[in-house]
Design a protein around this ligand. Structure first.
Ligand SMILES: *[C@@H]1O[C@H](CO)[C@@H](O)[C@H](O)[C@H]1NC(C)=O
Ligand SMILES: *[C@@H]1O[C@H](CO)[C@@H](O)[C@H](O)[C@H]1NC(C)=O
Ligand SMILES: *[C@@H]1O[C@H](CO)[C@@H](O)[C@H](O)[C@H]1NC(C)=O
Ligand SMILES: *[C@@H]1O[C@H](CO)[C@@H](O)[C@H](O)[C@H]1NC(C)=O
Ligand SMILES: *[C@@H]1O[C@H](CO)[C@@H](O)[C@H](O)[C@H]1NC(C)=O
Ligand SMILES: *[C@@H]1O[C@H](CO)[C@@H](O)[C@H](O)[C@H]1NC(C)=O
Length: 658
């Protein structure tokens, strides 16, 4: 455009100036004068104006805050349907090795009145001439506990301690039993707090969650549990439950507080969570006995790179037991040190947490109870391991139902996101699964019968776009006994959290539901040939974006290059350009290799063989915007050992490894 302009300018020059001096008549001179001065002036002025506009538009175009609006993010959600047994995934799915723990069952148990007893049927393994001691466990903080002094123990006996360690020696003074026990009845004689009672209107709330549990993963790896939930418990199985954050923390904060992580105090990582507006701190929860249990000291939600809690967050807290487990080696007849990852002596670690949950339910039977349990270990690291939990989890649900704990309670069984890393996450289907965690909700039959509108809403909502914000609102409705308003004709759409007992609008969008654009699975994509010019340009842009992040650490992290473009796809024709007038003019100067839209590409880089999924809004070859965070889909292991900044772990390949 610029060069055309110059060309026309010079042609005017030719007409006038080449003949300068050859015109004689005044009129001709005047004409020449006009040509010579006015036109160039006009042209000069136009040039200046045009150039200014061009400059302004360039400034606007390169301003990354000028975000492109996507109508898919603000349009009716088209829920993707993926096959849990998609062949691209099934090649990574197999039966895991079973978890084999100590064959010797525990010597003692705490009965349902809090008395520690010897299990006569296991005594034979341990010998008859035993002398036992116990040590209380004192919580110091979220990182440490202390074992009290050894005190002589002669069961059966009631110990006034919540958690304690039991050590028994045989006649040769050899330790044959070293185990942890908990006693939920320790304060029964001196209970200071009385909890509300369950009624037909006041229901308990039981939450049971597993890390990295997508709906498809539930169907694949917890088939018995899934069948029991859908066939026997008649849970509502939500097919449009989307995650709202990358990993566990940003998904559990909305669930437990109704807030996005960004809405927490900015310094939340350096503060204790005791005073934050988590559900168990709400006034309406004061009538409930509460429990919070989570496994894996190092990944637990409130402790990973965070301060955790100063005091017990809930009436009952599992973490001190976990800390105690790290400070001792269990002995069940002999020292049990194998399979330490998944076993604690005779008991599988996840089973220990389930037992803790069960005992809590027994301890406050028929009282108002709120329980929140999150299991990480079984489902987080290895996509197949979860299969080892199917029987135990189903048994737990059966036990809850058969012992009447679900008569006046709702159960929320869920995941936070799908499997985020490793082979499955690199497949197209796996990446959709990643955005679609499992959510199943059980409501007692009498509630459904009493409030048929509520049942209808829940059924409809299983096919709507819903998120963790809605679960928070659902729990609020339960805690405030709001069952009746829900037959009203109001259809909720634009509030971020909508109780699932109420009608959620069919045209709800990710934007409405608080689902960020990058995790919005509500679109149809078209896959592209990776050799397309536009794909190459976008891949280069993605790589440049990564290298830009690494730039400040270029002394220690390698600059990355593209090894291959694995996949590319576009969400076509849904892009509404945020065009201003200047922008339109600016675009005339830009070359385009492809159509505007949101592109998703998967690139492999080297060194380090990183696989990255990047979402980019493409308008033309100079105007591209990175959407959301870049996700690394395979593990980086120790590649980034040289950096401390956790935001660079997935990108940095330390130069000392090259
Ligand atoms: C989505 O639509 C709502 C209602 O029309 C509007 O208020 C909101 O700004 C829109 N959001 C985006 C990102 O376009
Ligand atoms: C006692 O041990 C047996 C054998 O392991 C076990 O089946 C039983 O459940 C135990 N009893 C209690 C009350 O823990
Ligand atoms: C926890 O308590 C122990 C012992 O009192 C102390 O050494 C440690 O620094 C504390 N940790 C934190 C994170 O406060
Ligand atoms: C009961 O609790 C109070 C206050 O915590 C304590 O001082 C007292 O020793 C307890 N009594 C018994 C029998 O445990
Ligand atoms: C919580 O708030 C109370 C009252 O403001 C304060 O005394 C306490 O220190 C706070 N606790 C934590 C762990 O920050
Ligand atoms: C992609 O395009 C190249 C070159 O045009 C062609 O050779 C190749 O077969 C195409 N691949 C697919 C999967 O269509």
């Amino acid at each position: 455009m610029k060069s055309k302009f110059r060309k026309s300018h010079s042609s005017y020059q030719e007409i006038c100036c080449s003949r300068e001096g050859t015109y004689v008549t005044i009129s001709k001179r005047w004409k020449c004068f006009r040509i010579k001065h006015t036109r160039p002036c006009l042209l000069l002025c136009l040039t200046v104006v045009f150039f200014t506009i061009f400059m302004i538009s360039t400034v606007i175009v390169t301003d990354e805050t000028q975000y492109l609006l996507l109508s898919n993010h603000n349009a009716t959600c088209k829920l993707p349907v993926t096959d849990p047994f998609d062949p691209n995934i099934m090649k990574y799915i197999f039966e895991p090795d079973p978890i084999v723990c100590s064959q010797f069952p525990p010597l003692m148990y705490v009965d349902t009145s809090g008395i520690l007893r010897i299990n006569q049927s296991t005594l034979i393994h341990y010998g008859l001439d035993l002398s036992c001691m116990y040590q209380s466990i004192e919580r110091l903080n979220d990182s440490d506990i202390r074992f009290g002094p050894e005190v002589k123990l002669e069961p059966p006996v009631f110990l006034p301690n919540f958690y304690f360690r039991v050590i028994c020696r045989n006649e040769k003074s050899k330790i044959v039993y070293d185990n942890l026990h908990f006693n939920f009845w320790w304060n029964i004689k001196n209970e200071t707090k009385s909890f509300g009672v369950e009624t037909e209107e006041d229901l308990s709330i039981f939450v049971f969650g597993l890390d990295s549990l997508s709906r498809s993963q539930t169907i694949r790896k917890l088939p018995k549990t899934f069948e029991y939930m859908t066939k026997k418990l008649n849970i509502y199985d939500f097919k449009g439950f989307l995650k709202v954050g990358l990993n566990t923390f940003p998904n559990l904060i909305p669930l437990l507080s109704g807030k996005h992580v960004e809405e927490l105090p900015a310094d939340h990582e350096s503060k204790f969570f005791d005073n934050m507006s988590l559900i168990w701190n709400q006034k309406s929860m004061s009538q409930y006995a509460t429990l919070y249990a989570e496994d894996k000291i190092e990944y637990s939600t409130f402790n990973m790179n965070k301060q955790g809690f100063l005091h017990f967050p809930t009436t009952y807290y599992f973490r001190p037991i976990l800390l105690a487990m790290e400070k001792m080696k269990p002995v069940f007849v002999e020292l049990f040190d194998k399979e330490r990852n998944f076993c604690f002596g005779h008991t599988k670690r996840f089973q220990l947490q389930i037992d803790f949950y069960k005992t809590f339910l027994q301890r406050h039977e028929k009282k108002l109870r709120f329980a929140f349990s999150w299991l990480n270990q079984l489902s987080h690291d290895n996509i197949n391991m979860l299969g080892n939990g199917d029987d135990s989890i189903r048994e737990f649900l059966m036990w809850m139902k058969d012992s009447g704990h679900l008569e006046r309670a709702i159960l929320i069984f869920l995941g936070d996101h799908g499997f985020r890393m490793g082979d499955v996450a690199t497949t197209f289907v796996g990446r959709i699964e990643n955005n679609m965690p499992f959510l199943g909700i059980y409501i007692p039959t009498f509630v459904k019968e009493k409030y048929p509108g509520l049942h209808r809403n829940l059924v409809d909502n299983t096919r709507r776009l819903v998120s963790a914000f809605d679960i928070f609102e659902t729990m609020q409705d339960i805690m405030h006994r709001r069952y009746k308003q829900n037959d009203a004709n109001t259809v909720y759409r634009h509030s971020r959290g909508i109780s699932l007992l109420r009608p959620v609008h069919a045209a709800r969008s990710c934007d409405d539901a608080g689902v960020p654009e990058v995790f919005c699975a509500c679109y149809q994509t078209t896959s592209l040939n990776t050799t397309l010019n536009v794909v190459q340009i976008i891949a280069q842009f993605a790589l440049d974006s990564i290298n830009k992040l690494l730039k400040p650490k270029s002394q220690i992290c390698a600059e990355l290059s593209i090894r291959s473009i694995r996949e590319a796809s576009i969400i076509p024709s849904t892009l509404e350009k945020a065009n201003g007038v200047y922008d339109l003019i600016g675009n005339l100067f830009r070359t385009k290799s492809g159509i505007s839209g949101r592109y998703i590409i998967l690139i492999e880089t080297y060194p380090g063989e990183g696989l990255f999924e990047v979402m980019i809004d493409y308008e033309n070859d100079q105007k591209m915007v990175l959407v959301g965070e870049i996700s690394r889909l395979n593990r980086y292991g120790k590649q980034s050992h040289c950096v401390k900044d956790s935001s660079l772990f997935q990108f940095c390949y330390c130069l000392d490894l090259v």
